[in-house]
Design a protein. Sequence first.
Length: 73
Amino acid sequence: EFNRTAKGIPIINLLGVDKDEWVNAIIPVEEFADDWFLFFTTKQGISKRSPLSSFANIRNNGLIALNLREDDE
């Protein structure tokens, strides 16, 4: 626990995000169940539904959840 004047580490420094990337949302999860899903949609309309359980064991170098086209975001 920290007092109200404590300074933490910015989450962006912990995640290793590149300069052209950003964190859109952080979702706290208690259980990585097979019947829960994450739904991704890009600006160009590409969609993907992934089971939450596929994000349970992510390596230090990360996980590619969705491959983006060059002109998409």
